[in-house]
Structure formats: structure tokens, C-alpha cells
Design a protein around this ligand. Structure first.
Ligand SMILES: Nc1nc2c(ncn2[C@@H]2O[C@H](COP(=O)(O)OP(=O)(O)OP(=O)(O)O)[C@@H](O)[C@H]2O)c(=O)[nH]1
Ligand SMILES: [Mg+2]
Length: 236
């Protein structure tokens, strides 16, 4: 845990009112093993709901988020309106080839693992390779990777259920040039806190990439399907 500190969220988000006037848009993808809570986070952020039931994603879902962020330009604080097009992807192994097609031209990658599921953490290097394989093959070297742990409410109730320490996660970030953003719960973390977090991701992307437009986004949305048994959770 040398260089990598838990990053503080400095700026308040504000949903932008004027949608036509924005300074940049970025594609971000949620990536990680099945059942770690990608869709649950996506729904908390977009609809402020928490579902207990197990609905496995096939294909993907997407949602546009709009924020006003503050950045420093020539020593002055200026406001920028940004859009984040967020993709919720499938974690099951059997969908990997179609999932990878949604990684293309991503500007931000949110890697996730469950803090009560060591396998989901141990599989992060593999997800990282899959993402880099797609992004670097499409001549996209300007992207950022963020890491967050999910299901923090469970260890708050019972610390014995923890399988991944904060130190391990932070060290993984240090070694792989990833930004570590800590542990969250889609059950207990508020929608506003998630919005502040995503506005901060947007601010980091603006600092790294600046102006950006998402070209040719015409991917269709496939529905999610209830799966009774989730045996094929590879990547697990
Ligand atoms: N207690 C608790 N349960 C959670 C949390 N996030 C997700 N879950 C539960 O974990 C299960 C799986 O969540 P999903 O969001 O469907 O997982 P996923 O990563 O989208 O899985 P795939 O779509 O198969 O890739 C669901 O039963 C959720 O209710 C959390 O923060 N706390
Ligand atoms: Mg899902």
C-alpha cells in the first residue's frame, strides 16, 4: 500500500439541467465476476432500488448519467457538464465473447469484486487482461481503471464473512496502475453517494482525456433473464 491511497471524493455532483450543452461524454463499463453486484449497483444508481433477487445479466444494459463537475483550468476552478454512458455487462463465462464486444472504446473501466468472495477478487487479473485485450486492440490507450469492492453491508454486520482485505485490494491497485475507491454496499450506500462517486470518476476522466464524444453507439440492449441455478458462474 505504498502509493495508492483511498481516494477522497472531493466534488459534489449536480445533475445537469441543460442536456444539450455538455463538454464531454465518456463510456464506462462495469466489469467483474457474476453475482458480485454489478446490476444491483447499476439499478441503485439509475433507479434508487435494491433487489434481493438473483437476476443474471445476459447481454447488457446502459444508462446515461449527467453531471456538473468542477475542475482546475489555468489555476481557476471551472464547471463542466459531462455525460457518462454506463454499461452494465454480464459476468458469466458463457457470455464472455459478447460481453467483450461491449468493452470496445470504453474510456473508463470499473472493476468490481465482492469483499465476501475471494474468487471474485482472484479473478480480477483475468478481467483486467480481457479489458486490455479489447481496448488496446482498438488503439485506445486513453482510459482509466477504477476498482471498488461490493457488499460492504455484509461485513459490517459480521466481519468474519470478509474474504478480501482493504490492504489486498489497495496493493492490487498499486501493482496494476488502478485507482482504488474503496468498499460500497448497494443496500446501504445512498444513491447520492454513488452519484458523487460517479461524478468523481467523470472528473478523473476529464482530467485524463479532456473533450470526448462517443462515436457510433448503436448497440442494442438485451434483456436480463432469471436463472434458477447459477452454476455456470465461471470467472468464479
Ligand atoms: N447484501 C448485499 N447483497 C447484494 C449487494 N449487491 C448485490 N447483492 C446481491 O447479490 C446478488 C447478485 O447481484 P447482481 O447485481 O445480479 O450480480 P451481477 O454482478 O450483476 O451478476 P451477473 O449479471 O451474473 O454478472 C443479488 O441477489 C443481489 O441482491 C450488496 O451490496 N449487499
Ligand atoms: Mg448483472
Amino acid at each position: 500500500m505504498k502509493n495508492c491511497k483511498l481516494l477522497k471524493i472531493k466534488y459534489k455532483y449536480k445533475m445537469s439541467d441543460d442536456l444539450s450543452d455538455f463538454d464531454a461524454e465518456y463510456k464506462m463499463i462495469l466489469v467483474g465476476n457474476s453475482t458480485i453486484g454489478k446490476t444491483t449497483l447499476f439499478k441503485k444508481l439509475s433507479k434508487n432500488v435494491f433487489h434481493e433477487n438473483n437476476v443474471s445479466t445476459i447481454g447488457m444494459d446502459k444508462k446515461t448519467l449527467e453531471y456538473e463537475i468542477k475542475i482546475k483550468e489555468n489555476e481557476q476552478e471551472v464547471k463542466k457538464n459531462i455525460k457518462i454512458l454506463l454499461y452494465d455487462t454480464a459476468g458469466q463465462e458463457r457470455f464472455l465473447s459478447s460481453t467483450k464486444s461491449y468493452f470496445k472504446r470504453a474510456n473508463g473501466v470499473i472493476l468490481l469484486y465482492s469483499i465476501i468472495d475471494k474468487k471474485s477478487f482472484n479473478n480480477l487479473p483475468r478481467w483486467l487482461n480481457e479489458v486490455k485485450d479489447v481496448l488496446e486492440n482498438h488503439e485506445n490507450n486513453k482510459y482509466l481503471i477504477f476498482l471498488i469492492g461490493t457488499k460492504s453491508d455484509i461485513t459490517k454486520e459480521d466481519e468474519n464473512k470478509r474474504e478480501v482485505s482493504v490492504m489486498e485490494a489497495s496493493d492490487f491497485c498499486d501493482k496494476n496502475n488502478i485507482l482504488w475507491y474503496g468498499e460500497y454496499s448497494s443496500k446501504n450506500t445512498s444513491q447520492e453517494t454513488f452519484n458523487i462517486l460517479f461524478a468523481e470518476f467523470g472528473r478523473k476522466l476529464y482530467e485524463k482525456i479532456g473533450f470526448n464524444r462517443i462515436a457510433g453507439d448503436n448497440t442494442s440492449i438485451l434483456s436480463s433473464k432469471k436463472t434458477k441455478k447459477r452454476k455456470h458462474q465461471c470467472c468464479k
